[in-house]
Design a protein around this ligand. Structure first.
Ligand SMILES: Nc1ncnc2c1ncn2[C@@H]1O[C@H](COP(=O)(O)OP(=O)(O)O)[C@@H](O)[C@H]1O
Ligand SMILES: [Mg+2]
Length: 298
């Protein structure tokens, strides 16, 4: 019955599923997704807020098809977008822990926002992180599972948990780029250095080519200007061009939208938070275009 429901889900999503003799496989699409992990070791810095609002901005303002993969056991993406969520039947844990490689497309559900797909919330992910420790090739499972999804979406955003466990490692290995939110607190500032160190280790030890899309200043509050400025200056001094130009202000509309299960564009499209996330989407798209041009002339 599960399989029937899952096929129905996928058909309603307009995704083609072809059956082969041994297994179910998904037909490849004609897109070439850019996979971005949104990661920071500290909680509360705006990872989920950034994932959800960047995703919806790319859909609404750049006409992209976007997939959000939520690998945080807290399942905050689903609650932040619960007004647009549709039920799924296969969980990420089932895909990641399967004995034989499974396709992440099985766990994908379209949201009520046209062009935006999600993985359903998965409360088992905490156990999954621990269970992955004993799996051969454990860092590569998500990367392999994402192969077909890459051909169906323009951007895939992975919302990471606030630690550097097996799931985050899988996200970094599956990603082309990492986006690092930093809320200008001292702990978040220190967390940026740790994360960039992890990126270097992943690239050296696991022979990956993960790029840093940028460090994003989040929850910037004009009322705590002195602290903000000190840490903001230290970020610029230490990380220079890795800093994104867009700055996300502290804006209560962003928190209220999340509490209501809506993207900021559905909740208050003219709020400062909405303006900032629209600008971020523009900068993210422009950075890709600049990189593409650089690669062509290299
Ligand atoms: N720019 C912002 N302004 C105001 N509140 C924010 C902002 N960004 C995030 N928040 C709120 O802060 C809390 C933590 O944000 P969240 O995105 O869930 O962080 P993380 O995913 O890094 O743990 C949430 O309640 C969210 O609504
Ligand atoms: Mg989160």
């Amino acid at each position: 019955m599960d399989r029937k429901r899952s096929v129905k889900n996928l058909l309603s999503a307009g995704l083609h599923k072809l059956r082969t003799r041994d297994d179910d496989t998904f037909a490849a699409g004609d897109r070439q997704a850019r996979v971005i992990a949104v990661a920071a070791q500290k909680g509360g810095v705006g990872k989920t807020t950034t994932t959800v609002n960047l995703a919806t901005a790319l859909v609404a303002h750049h006409g992209q098809r976007v997939l959000v993969v939520d690998i945080d056991p807290q399942g905050h993406v689903a609650s932040a977008l619960r007004e647009s969520l549709r039920p799924g039947t296969v969980t990420l844990s089932e895909v990641l822990l399967a004995q034989r490689p499974r396709d992440l497309m099985e766990a994908v559900v379209e949201s009520a926002i046209e062009g935006l797909a999600l993985t359903a919330p998965d409360k088992r992910l905490n156990e999954t992180d621990a269970q992955l420790t004993s799996r051969v090739g454990r860092e590569h499972i998500l990367s392999t599972a994402l192969a077909t999804a890459r051909t169906h979406f323009d951007t895939i955003l992975i919302d990471c948990p606030p630690n550097l466990g097996n799931l985050t490692l899988n996200a970094l290995m599956a990603a082309d780029e990492v986006l690092v939110p930093c809320d200008l607190s001292i702990l978040a500032f220190e967390g940026v250095a740790d994360l960039l160190g992890t990126v270097e280790t992943v690239n050296l030890r696991l022979r990956h080519d993960l790029q840093v899309l940028g460090i994003l200043r989040t929850r910037v509050d004009v009322r705590t200007r002195t602290i903000n400025e000190t840490i903001g200056d230290a970020l610029i001094e230490n990380y220079g061009e890795l800093m994104l130009d867009t700055v996300i202000p502290a804006n209560s509309a962003l928190a209220k939208a999340q509490a209501c299960g809506l993207s900021i564009f559905q909740f208050q499209s003219r709020s400062r938070g909405a303006v900032a996330y629209r600008a971020l989407a523009g900068e993210v798209v422009a950075r890709r275009a600049a990189r593409g041009a650089g690669a062509q002339t290299a």
